[in-house]
Design a protein around this ligand. Structure first.
Ligand SMILES: Nc1ncnc2c1ncn2[C@@H]1O[C@H](COP(=O)(O)OP(=O)(O)O)[C@@H](O)[C@H]1O
Ligand SMILES: Cc1ncc(COP(=O)(O)OP(=O)(O)O)c(N)n1
Length: 269
């Protein structure tokens, strides 16, 4: 079994962050490991408090894993502070980590700043160049490029700008646009479109975390970037189609629908 690491924040409600990442890893048949960057008090209705983990403890978690275990791929999510981004970059360079998926998490769907705005430039400078693939949503791509993005053509232009900053591939996620939810992969030469009809649901908590972890899991299992994105897009689409009405707000994606169905574990068969 391949070992895949998530470096991200904890979501107490289990829909996003570390918890979503580990569920996605389990559903993809890889062994999940975690470096926790921050602990959030969060549920389906919002984020209510954050405790950042110190750079020393983040560095120790990275050291504990890489000194002992082979890491096939890494996903980076909530980074929160300047020192956090610098510490992660130092650790991943020290251990020559490969197959790195960077989800440049900035603001939760509920509007909470999970990344200190003062740390945006550091994230771009320190972590983006390490990325095998960067997976920004539209608002994140707008912050990174300074562009306004409303069309698929705007997404392509932003992808070109982002790749020029040093990552090897960029997946522009279309969840925040009107109409179909089309994601666009740019590898420096070609644009590949991954369209899906927009699913009518309010339950989209953790969609970005789920997608980036699914990509990391498949990269860790040896797929190419394009294959991993295609597989992850199928996975997130099923996870949103069967998203769970948990809590009073925006419910989480369903990581195990296909597995449970195969095993006859669903109430509706
Ligand atoms: N309502 C929806 N229907 C279908 N796919 C969606 C929907 N919302 C998001 N997605 C997909 O979920 C993934 C995460 O997208 P997005 O919501 O843009 O990211 P984030 O969670 O980081 O804001 C993308 O693959 C996107 O296309
Ligand atoms: C701890 C933590 N990390 C990341 C997020 C953002 O998750 P995302 O997949 O972008 O989904 P939303 O929360 O925006 O629905 C988070 N909320 N918490």
């Amino acid at each position: 079994m391949k070992n895949v690491l998530t470096i991200a924040g904890s979501d107490s409600s289990g829909g996003a962050g570390i918890q979503a990442d580990l569920k996605a890893f389990a559903a993809h048949g890889v062994f999940g490991m975690s470096v926790i960057t921050a602990v959030t008090a969060q549920n389906t209705q919002g984020v209510f408090a954050v405790q950042d983990i110190t750079p020393e403890v983040i560095a120790k978690q990275i050291e504990a894993i890489f000194e002992d275990i082979d890491v096939a791929a890494v996903k980076i999510g909530m980074v929160s502070q300047i020192e956090t981004a610098v510490t992660i970059a130092e650790g991943l360079k020290k251990y020559n980590a490969k197959k790195i998926v960077v989800d440049p998490v900035m603001v939760s769907k509920s509007g909470f700043h999970l990344l200190n705005p003062a740390a945006e430039a550091t994230l771009v400078r320190e972590l983006l160049p390490l990325a095998t693939i960067l997976t920004p949503n539209i608002p994140e791509a707008e912050v990174i490029t300074g562009r306004t993005i409303v069309t698929l053509s705007d997404m392509e232009d932003a992808a070109r700008d982002i790749l020029a900053l040093g990552c090897k591939n960029v997946l522009m996620k279309g969840g925040h646009l009107e109409g179909d939810s089309t994601d666009i992969l740019f590898d420096g030469d070609n644009f590949t479109y991954f369209p899906s009809p927009r699913i009518a649901t309010k339950n989209t908590h953790g969609t970005g975390c789920t997608l980036s972890s699914a990509i990391a899991a498949s990269l860790g299992r040896g797929m190419s970037v394009a294959e991993a994105v295609a597989a992850a897009k199928e996975y997130i689409t099923v996870a949103i189609e069967h998203a769970l009405t948990i809590g009073r707000g925006v419910g989480p994606t369903h990581h195990f629908y296909s597995l449970y169905k195969k095993a006859g574990m669903l109430a509706d068969g």
